[in-house]
Design a protein around this ligand. Structure first.
Ligand SMILES: [Zn+2]
Length: 132
């Protein structure tokens, strides 16, 4: 289902977060140039048009870069911050779960999941099992 962004309605980011809260991961697409982008914004970063629709995302992606953030064990331990390239093209900063932070590798195939943290929906990625 597409969510159309209109000047009269809530902004793109709000619509994106609302969909996420309903368990739907979407990506903003520009109807003028046909390209996807991220983060949600008012104008297409590729062509400047304001014809933005949110479309369901595949959730599939590839790790573009990865960093292990050091944290004391009593604060939750080390975690990972990665840049993920969605199959649709846009790049998103997110955490990769389900694997040791240092084991996240560039080029690793990952899949998005929506988790709730601090009472808000959050996109994380998990490695795709071999052959999946
Ligand atoms: Zn565009």
């Amino acid at each position: 289902m597409e969510i159309r962004v209109t000047a009269a309605g809530p902004g793109t980011e709000r619509l994106w977060r609302d969909a996420l809260g309903e368990g739907r991961l979407t990506l903003p697409f520009c109807e003028a140039c046909g390209r996807a982008h991220f983060f949600p914004r008012v104008l297409c970063p590729h062509c400047g048009a304001n014809a933005i629709v949110l479309r369901p995302a595949s959730g599939r992606g590839t790790v573009h870069s990865t960093t292990t953030v050091r944290r004391r064990a009593e604060e939750g331990g080390d975690y990972n911050v990665a840049l993920i390239d969605f199959a649709e093209g846009p790049r998103m900063m997110a955490r990769v779960d389900g694997v040791a932070p240092a084991a996240v590798a560039i080029g690793m195939a990952v899949e998005a999941a929506i988790v709730t943290e601090d009472e808000a929906p959050l996109v994380v990625f998990r490695p795709v099992a071999e052959g999946a």
